[in-house]
Design a protein around this ligand. Structure first.
Ligand code: SF4
Ligand code: SF4
Length: 352
């Protein structure tokens, strides 16, 4: 990774060139935000880099891209600045959780909670008690929520905007629509022919499978928790019950999405990405895939003697995934959403 001062200087150089050129001003939210500025501090570049979605349209359209002597490569430099920003805003700042350490720790915790117990007939709570599961995930969830809120507040503080403005419903709604629809990876209109378009659209589909698969799995867990605490209906639930259907659909999305994103990663143009982030990206995709795979295996084999072992492995991987969320690729969703809200606020004030 190049020194921070060099990276920021390079980002500033590119933005000065782009601000003079402005050919790409209609491509995404980055360029209008850039045009509202004359100078580009590290804070500005963190904001612009998190607005960028690495669609690369600006790179393929750029008359100053390599081999031109200006060597303008916005997506690659912004990818490097983004990776730095994840570290800058992470809380606690000294924590760096490697995926495989987190999974190992998760499996050890799950094995410790389960002890030597085994059970048949899909009786999960005979292996790990409901109280132990709830206490463990409540603790980990509280920690990652605190890490997210702290990271978000660090990012948002630099905008100079009040928190009240972030929570304006109309602004939030517009930013949420852009973030959830991945607007920058959408088709750029009839007749759009930029070379990365097919790759971007496939990326958008697999991203949707992953993201909405993750949300369905969360919904499944939430419904199951409500069943247990409100109605006293305990797992295992029937194969066609709401939590199992939601979890199965989510699990399928979480198998297809990460595999598709990995497949695209192998076919990408390495000129536009920061390949040093590959280990972070790949471990995140692998954890999502393994979470889903072990969850679906647990569902399929829950009546067999393999259930106890699968439950330990599945819960360990889920714990590992959760522990890494605030320190890896997943935080881009937080900072990108905050950057989109900021860009909507800036746009609503007009060019000042
Ligand atoms: S990326 Fe290239 S074409 Fe686009 S605004 Fe910048 S300098 Fe101009
Ligand atoms: S890579 Fe795409 S999202 Fe990023 S600045 Fe260029 S056009 Fe905008």
């Amino acid at each position: 990774m190049q020194p921070l001062s060099n990276l920021i200087a390079e980002g500033e150089r590119l933005m000065v060139i782009c601000n003079a050129c402005r050919y790409c001003e209609g491509y995404c939210a980055v360029f209008p935000a850039m045009e509202r500025r004359l100078n580009f501090s590290e804070t500005d570049l963190n904001y612009l880099a998190n607005l960028c979605h690495n669609c690369a349209e600006c790179y393929y359209s750029c008359q100053y891209a390599p081999p031109h002597e200006f060597a303008v490569n916005v997506p690659q430099v912004f990818a490097q600045i983004r990776a730095r920003s994840y570290q800058n805003y992470a809380w606690p700042g000294f924590v760096r959780v490697g995926a495989w350490w987190a999974v190992t720790a998760g499996i050890i915790v799950a094995a410790w909670l389960a002890g030597a117990r085994s059970a048949a007939g899909a009786n999960f709570y005979a292996v790990i008690s409901h109280e132990a599961m709830v206490a463990t995930f409540a603790f980990v969830s509280a920690f990652i929520l605190a890490a997210y809120v702290a990271g978000f507040l660090r990012f948002w503080r630099e905008s100079g905007e009040s928190l009240a403005r972030f929570f304006q419903p109309s602004t939030l709604l517009q930013a949420a629509r852009d973030a959830l629809w991945l607007k920058n990876l959408d088709s750029h209109g009839v007749g759009c022919t930029y070379p990365n378009q097919q790759h971007s659209q496939a990326r958008r589909r697999f991203h949707h499978c992953t993201f909405y698969g993750f949300l369905l799995c969360l919904a499944s867990t939430t419904v199951a928790a409500a069943y247990h605490s409100i109605f006293g209906w305990q797992a295992p639930h029937a194969y066609f019950s709401v939590p199992v259907v939601l979890g199965t659909l989510g699990g399928i999305g979480l198998l297809i999405g990460p595999v598709g994103l990995y497949w695209l990663k192998r076919r990408r143009d390495t000129a536009i990405v920061d390949i040093k982030q590959d280990s972070m990206d790949m471990s995140f995709l692998a954890l999502l895939f393994l979470t889903s795979l072990t969850g679906l295996l647990l569902l399929a084999l829950r009546e067999t003697t393999a259930m106890g072992t699968l439950l330990r492995i599945h819960l360990g991987i889920v714990l590992g995934l959760f522990l890494t969320l605030p320190y890896g690729k997943f935080v881009h969703g937080i900072y990108r959403s905050a950057a989109l809200v900021r860009s909507v606020l800036e746009a609503s004030r007009g060019k000042d």
